[in-house]
Design a protein around this ligand. Structure first.
Ligand code: HEM
Length: 607
């Protein structure tokens, strides 16, 4: 029997569609690296994107050399079950083709597994792990929790976490994802049985299951949304690189015809004077060198803003584009691997909705045509409407069609207007964004999208700032994350218009891949999200994630937002919202490294 599954909404970046070799969306002037897809775990690239997930946190107890030898055998036995990027990409292609032909989902399904290891265990498996210089990774999440602004007292302090606190830090994180819950549970059972067998052979509970964290795509119309009600996983970095030696076999199609790595004068080769307009995947999705997310590949160079907008180095040998910065040095076998940040974040949905509701009332915000006043306040705090429609494009009203359109919903910057993208013949895979009424306007003052909005805090795009001298588009591109979040816990009955409190544990399994936890995840949290003066003084904290101090009254947070003037909605009123409440609180997590398959085989399981 064929069941219809509510597949999680596809993430834009690596959704490769078929294209002929001379398709303009495959053109690149750069010598992009061939991605070793058979060696990279599929959880990193392209990401599993399944509706069901369980995160299994394991601890390796009593690490004598014979126990470690036993563990290495267990690890080696898992190798055939770890999904490669190649397999996941091939499945996704087939999935799309069958969905297109059969006009339904659920006829082909898959179950994937990924595996990551913590720093201390890695050092026990191979001493060269000590060559990792990323301080955050070396210390582990529990030790960095206070620095990230997490509470140091009360029920959400690291000591109370379900997993990942000082007393229950995990050494191994197994990620299992599937289209069907039953298939996911079958794979979980297989892993559990392998652990039982290992422990039996070792004569004790040497490999201990600390915690199994189950997540799932929300049902029905909430599919793809997180618990506060907003569509998630909309904006992801695009990634350069090819699937084979064929230079046109690109991982990410370049679907914005105006942004295709073309020199200003296409009849001449690119040079310092004949600069290149850097490519995007989907419009607004800047293409980054893969070394930002996978070790062993060229990285972004945070060059001056006037150098090809700083987004791309000039074509040249890899050495030109390799950036080994703070926190990025790693053993040779880290190649094709990535750091994984796991945060189990509990969400107080009723509390957040109550805040939106009360503020809308207090500020006498008028209901927009397609939404409510409370939802408008929510859109200003997140930077997107619940549908995913970006506030920079539609500051005063919800627009579900825009939210659902991956060619349009990310096509904006903050410092300039966007250009219309018209349909072009011979360029079938190019995106179209031709509605003049739904274009983003330059938002230098934060009138449309407040500086404190979650999306502007976590990815300020082309923002610069007089008070933050290092902020420019090129440097911002070195602080990006490949997010793989999925909700956990039951749907809340709450809405922004009718807030409902309950004490249910629900939230987000936040997962993100990168090659420097110091410079990427932690940088974003410490310098932008928690910094009320980013990007200008008194911008406020990120309303979703921002923390202010670690204890007591001092934790009050504020957000400077702009509300459309009811009499003339081309004007805005700027106002500061304050709260003592935290709507997102940590309940677990960890910092891990996700090795390549060859690293597991040749460097981490050698007896
Ligand atoms: C419960 C916690 C969280 C919730 C409810 C949440 C919600 C959202 C939503 C609704 C979006 C807009 C849709 C999208 O572009 O995907 C978003 C974007 C984003 N979030 Fe979060 N998020 C959470 C945690 C985090 C954490 C821990 C980080 C780490 C820094 C983070 C970083 C980002 C980034 C980088 C973006 C994309 C911004 C852009 O490219 O425009 N989020 N989040």
């Amino acid at each position: 029997m064929v069941t219809t599954v509510s597949a999680i909404r596809e993430v834009p970046p690596q959704s490769r569609v078929d294209a002929t070799p001379n398709d303009p969306s495959r053109q690149t002037v750069f010598n992009e690296p061939v991605l070793r897809l058979g060696n990279i775990q599929g959880a990193i690239l392209p990401g599993f994107s399944k509706s069901h997930r369980v995160l299994l946190s394991l601890r390796v107890n009593r690490r004598t050399s014979s126990h470690l030898a036993g563990f290495k055998c267990w690890l080696k036995a898992q190798l055939p079950f770890i999904a490669t990027a190649e397999e996941v990409l091939a499945f996704n292609k087939l999935f799309k083709a069958t969905r297109f032909r059969r006009k339904r989902e659920g006829t082909i399904k898959s179950t994937w597994m990924g595996l990551s290891l913590g720093f201390r265990l890695l050092c026990d498996l191979n001493r060269e792990a000590d060559q990792f210089t990323d301080e955050a990774f070396r210390a582990g999440l529990a030790k960095r929790s206070e620095m990230l602004g997490d509470p140091v007292e009360g029920p959400y302090r690291a000591e109370k976490w379900l997993v990942g606190g000082p007393a229950n830090e995990a050494d191994v994180l197994v990620v299992i994802e599937s289209d069907e819950r039953e298939d996911m549970l079958d794979e979980l059972l297989r892993v559990e049985q392998s652990i039982l067998q290992f422990n039996r052979a070792a004569g004790g509970a040497l490999l201990e299951i600390l915690f199994a964290d189950e997540g799932a795509n929300l049902p029905g119309t909430l599919s793809g949304h997180e618990h506060f009600n907003f569509l998630d996983g909309v904006s992801q970095p695009g990634i350069r690189g090819t699937l084979s030696a064929d230079r046109t076999d690109v991982l990410t199609l370049r679907q914005n015809p105006g942004k295709r790595d073309l020199p200003e004068d296409p009849s001449q080769p690119p040079s310092a004077t004949n600069k290149i307009s850097p490519a995007q995947g989907k419009p607004g999705q800047d293409l980054l060198w893969p070394g930002e997310f996978v070790f062993g590949y060229p990285r972004q160079i945070p060059v001056e803003a006037d150098d090809a907008e700083g987004l791309n180095p000039h074509p040249g040998p890899d050495s030109l584009t390799k950036r080994v910065g703070k926190g990025n040095a790693a053993p040779e076998w880290a190649t094709d691997g990535s750091f994984l940040v796991y945060r189990r974040l509990r969400q107080d949905v009723g509390g957040f909705h109550r805040f939106l509701h009360d503020q809308a009332k207090a500020l006498q915000v008028k209901d927009p045509a397609n939404a409510s006043a409370a939802r408008l306040v929510g859109a200003k705090l997140v930077g997107r409407w619940p549908s995913g429609a970006p506030v920079p494009k539609t500051p005063n009203d919800e627009n579900a069609c825009l939210g659902d359109n991956d060619c349009r919903n990310n096509h904006f910057e903050f410092q300039g207007d966007t250009d219309l993208i018209h349909r072009r013949s011979g360029d079938e895979n190019a995106c179209v964004d031709d509605d003049a009424n739904l274009q983003a306007k330059a938002d230098v003052a934060g009138d449309r999208c407040p500086f404190s909005a979650h999306i502007r805090k976590t990815y300020p795009r082309d923002d610069d700032s007089a008070s933050v001298p290092d902020l420019n588009e090129a440097s911002t591109q070195t602080h990006r994350l490949l997010r793989r979040g999925l909700p956990y816990g039951p749907v809340s009955a709450s809405t922004p218009d009718a807030p409902v409190f309950d004490d249910t544990d629900r939230g987000l399994q936040f997962l993100a891949y990168q090659t420097s936890i110091d410079d990427q995840f932690e940088f974003v949290i410490r310098n932008w999200v928690n910094n009320a003066d980013f990007k200008v003084k008194d911008s406020g904290h990120d309303p979703i994630l921002g923390q202010n101090g670690t204890k007591g009254e001092g934790r009050e947070r504020f957000f400077t937002v702009t509300i459309p003037d009811p009499a003339d909605n081309t004007k805005v009123t700027r106002t500061v919202l304050r709260t003592q409440a935290d709507w997102v609180l940590p309940t677990g997590g960890g910092y891990f490294f996700t090795p390549s398959l060859s690293a597991i085989e040749k460097h981490l399981t050698v007896l």
